[in-house]
Write a protein that binds this ligand. Structure first.
Ligand code: SF4
Ligand code: SF4
Ligand code: FES
Length: 284
């Protein structure tokens, strides 16, 4: 990749930043335009920090600071995902100098489109984590005492598993997937928190599990201890909202910031679930 040298490029004195805002869950979204001074080597988080410090729109109106989420600032925690210039990505690794190459007029920031907005650019990703529960994306242990070293893994297995283990639950693949529809429920009048949460989980469990969860199921089914739950994971992948929902559009793999081979995982899962269903049929 060619390194950008801001000194050699003609850069604007100011950058316009258009932000899609929302004051709370279920509220109507609206747009606000901000303007900050251009500095070299900014990322989107630094842009948002400058906007928060100003808390003033480009036409001088004082507004509440824009809310966003972030943690690690190095593309590891997955919490800073948003749509930047119409493409879902991490705001900590989105560099303004590169974004100005795409669109030198303004930066456009929006929350992810497939998750309910909590406020401004912060979304509720609990459906994403629920999908990991659905496929039991963990290595089962039955105690906390030292059980010695685990089973050795072949280098070829390690090489297959390592890329999948880099998933940071950022949700980019889900936001880009045409088969992954937004689920946003409202608490009914008089409905208890427990009843609302149960109704929400039921809706999540009927929806598409998503490419991240399919890939994690393949990771743990290929792990010497994790494979103890292989059958349960394949049951989840053949149930409602399972792998059959995937239309193989491949958008997921093209937006994954970790370049996880999601379509390879989906193909592996397709073969594994077919064999699993045939075996179950013969075992009846
Ligand atoms: S390949 Fe499947 S999971 Fe990936 S974007 Fe397409 S439909 Fe979604
Ligand atoms: S598979 Fe990639 S895009 Fe999807 S949640 Fe994991 S890291 Fe993010
Ligand atoms: S802040 Fe953790 S991935 Fe961006």
């Amino acid at each position: 990749m060619i390194a950008l040298d801001p000194a050699e490029k003609k850069r604007p004195e100011f950058i316009k930043v258009r932000v899609k805002r929302q004051d709370g869950p279920g509220k109507d979204p609206y747009w606000q335009l901000f303007q900050i001074k251009y500095e070299p080597e900014l990322n989107i988080i630094s842009v948002l920090q400058r906007i928060a410090a100003l808390a003033t729109t480009s036409d001088g109106k004082k507004v509440a600071p824009v809310a966003w989420d972030c943690g690690c600032l190095e593309e590891v925690c997955g919490s800073c995902t948003m749509q930047i210039n119409g493409r879902v990505r991490q705001s900590c690794s989105a560099l303004v100098d590169r974004l100005l190459e795409e669109n030198d007029d303004e930066l456009v920031l929006e929350p992810m489109s497939k998750f309910p907005v909590i406020r401004d650019l912060i979304v509720d990703r609990k459906r994403l984590f629920r999908a990991l529960q659905r496929v039991k994306a963990w290595v089962p242990v039955d105690s906390y005492y030292d059980m010695g070293s685990g089973e050795r893994q072949l280098r070829s297995t390690q090489e297959q598993n390592y890329p999948l283990s880099q998933c940071m639950s950022c949700g980019c693949c889900l936001d880009a997937c045409p088969q992954y529809g937004k689920i946003e429920l409202e608490q009914r009048e008089g409905e208890s928190d427990e009843a609302f949460q149960a109704r929400e989980l039921e809706a999540f469990d009927e929806g598409f599990v998503g490419p991240h969860a399919i890939s994690q199921a393949m990771l743990f089914n290929n792990h010497p201890t994790g494979k103890a739950l292989a059958g349960e994971r394949l049951d989840a992948l053949t149930g409602p909202g399972g792998i059959q929902v995937c239309g193989n559009a491949q958008n997921c793999v093209s937006v994954c910031p970790k370049e996880i081979p999601l379509t390879t995982s989906i193909a592996r899962a397709g073969r594994a679930t077919t064999v699993h269903m045939i075996k179950k049929w013969f075992d009846r």
